[in-house]
Design a protein around this ligand. Sequence first.
Ligand code: F6R
Length: 245
Amino acid sequence: MQVKIVKTKEEMGQVAAMLIAEDMAKKSPYVLGLATGSTPVPLYEALIKLNKAGKLDFSTTITFNLDEYVGVKPTHDQSYRYFMNEKLFDHININKKNTFVPDGMAKDIDAHCAKYEAMIRGVGGVDYQVLGIGSNGHIGFNEPGSSIGSLTRMVKLTANTIKDNSRFFKRAQDVPTRAISMGIGTVLRCKKIVLVANGANKVDCLAKAIEGPITATVPASALQLHPGVTFVITEDAAAGLKLEW
Ligand code: F6R
């Protein structure tokens, strides 16, 4: 496990983007795993900059997103598909047919999840997976208690997450209570992983994930089992680490 500590979230984005860009130069087609949330935005901005400067080509890139809300249409402005189009796909030379986000409107969710796993395996697996981390240590929508071997499946959102999300939806009945998420086992199968984090609210979960015991109560601690993980985190978020990294 590597931990890179940087000063600003812009630097966090640039460092993570360079890790991905260097690996992308070695292989085509390339399979990229993506996350939503506020943290990866500077990383996506850095990838867009490299693409616009002609230094990074997405024309043959295939992407798989970690998660999506159940019951939210891809056209809804709170869907993760919408987020990805707005923050990344609309600004780079990617073929949108090669971008995959779990379908929260799928009729048979279990079959869709099994197909999503099969599609990832079918293209040879994810080459680089981008992750953020929740302040409770979650990765994707794998909340504390998720098993380390879990695969893509439907998950129930915790009361806390539902409450946090309610501000983004007009009516209470529209707030999603379930999501589809790649599992921790799905993430551990990716060839390389970069986890980005910034902000003081991530101090505790990062200290537990990086230096604590591997436990289902801190889903990100499972990343200690993976040989190719890099954490790119800002100084304020790294304040709880005790070891020299
Ligand atoms: C989103 C995802 C989540 C977020 C996490 C952190 O696809 O997988 O695990 O990465 O909730 O969110 P932010 O970056 O908004 O703090």
